[in-house]
Design a protein around this ligand. Structure first.
Ligand code: PHE
Length: 339
């Protein structure tokens, strides 16, 4: 029996070195040390031994069990260590390889121009005001002296939400909101999205952007309006730029004007962009109508003001030489990448 045990020990210890994965090791453990394993099998025969030999054999069996268990533990640890080293080696990072540059986003051309224009007005002491895109009919029209059935409502083909609410057709209702909230002196610009149910083509989009300006105080004159817009035009289109006021009509300003700037492309010579006139219309403006001031609780005998509104999309197109407004809204990456 002793010989058998020694035999098991010898074979097992030799076999152990030849095992190369954890599965094999477990199989080995069951085969040698398990309930039906070789060692147990031999010990089953203990009953037939003379009593004085039993403790000796028992002790030997225990020794062998301990030895095998220890051997298994070491082998398992060695295999795990080797596996870990292999994995670490495979995952080595070469920190000297040049990195991949992440693709950076860019500002949309409208946003760039908006930021530029905003800076100019902030520099002249204007504050920024904002208003909702879903607006009351009364603020978008009535308060601006455009009553129901007024022909000017036709010009501004409107998306109605219901009888009293609409998508604002211009940023002018923000004038009303500001004057209802705040008494003069008022000096604000209001940038934002506006909506008109125009059919889409190269120069029309049902959604576009405006910047509104409003100044109300004592003794504000048309001269102040012209001064502000002249400085503005020179900053946006270059120092040689001139402005021209043409008489016009808006229900909410009196007198009203459309303002042209000398064509930034041909500097007034005449070219395709300015239809060979040398001038480009960029905004509407005028002195705030007394009725509008009155609606907002501002006494037109004491205060006067001017207002202007311009299309941001048009100015963006002029600045960058873009010939189709649709490009600004399609968000084609190949187009946007250029700015
Ligand atoms: N709200 C006018 C428009 O959308 C522009 C404008 C604003 C004109 C302020 C005069 C004064 O056409």
């Amino acid at each position: 029996m002793k010989n058998k045990l020694e035999q098991i020990r010898k074979e097992a210890m030799e076999a152990l070195g030849g095992l190369h994965d954890l599965g094999q090791l477990e199989e080995f453990r069951v085969k040698k040390l398990g309930k039906k394993g070789e060692l147990t099998q031999v010990l089953r025969g203990m009953g037939s031994l003379p009593p004085e030999e039993r403790p000796i054999i028992g002790q030997l069996a225990n020794e062998i069990r301990n030895e095998l268990e220890e051997g298994l533990r070491k082998r398992t640890a060695a295999l795990k260590q080797a596996a870990m080293e292999k994995q670490l080696e495979a995952e080595t990072i070469d920190v000297t390889i040049p990195g991949k540059r992440p693709v950076l986003g860019k500002l949309h051309p409208i946003t760039k121009v908006l930021n530029e224009l905003t800076e100019i007005f902030l520099g002249m002491g204007f504050d920024i005001a904002e208003g909702p895109e879903v607006e009351w009919d009364s603020y978008n029209f009535e308060a601006l002296n455009i009553p129901k059935n007024h022909p000017a409502r036709d010009v501004q083909d409107t998306f109605y939400i219901n009888e009293n609410m609409l998508l604002r057709t211009h940023t002018s209702p923000v004038q009303i909101r500001t004057m209802l909230r705040q008494k003069p002196p008022i000096k604000i610009i209001c940038p934002g999205r506006v909506y008109r149910s125009d059919a889409v083509d190269a120069t029309h989009s049902p959604i576009f952007h405006q910047i509104e300006g409003l100044v109300v105080d004592r003794n504000i004159t048309m001269g102040d309006l012209k001064g502000v817009l002249d400085v503005f035009a020179k900053k946006v289109f270059g120092p040689g730029t001139r402005t021209k006021f043409r008489p016009h009509h808006f229900p909410f300003t009196e007198p009203s004007a459309e303002v042209d700037v000398t064509c930034a492309i041909c500097h007034g010579e005449g070219c395709r962009i300015c239809s060979h006139t040398g001038w480009i219309e960029i905004l509407g403006a005028g002195m705030v109508h007394p009725k509008v001031l009155q609606y907002c609780g501002i006494d037109p005998e004491v205060y006067s003001g001017f207002a202007f509104g311009m299309g941001l999309d048009r100015i963006t197109n002029l600045k960058y030489g873009i010939d189709d407004i649709r490009l600004l809204f399609e968000n084609d990456i190949r187009f946007l990448k250029q700015f």
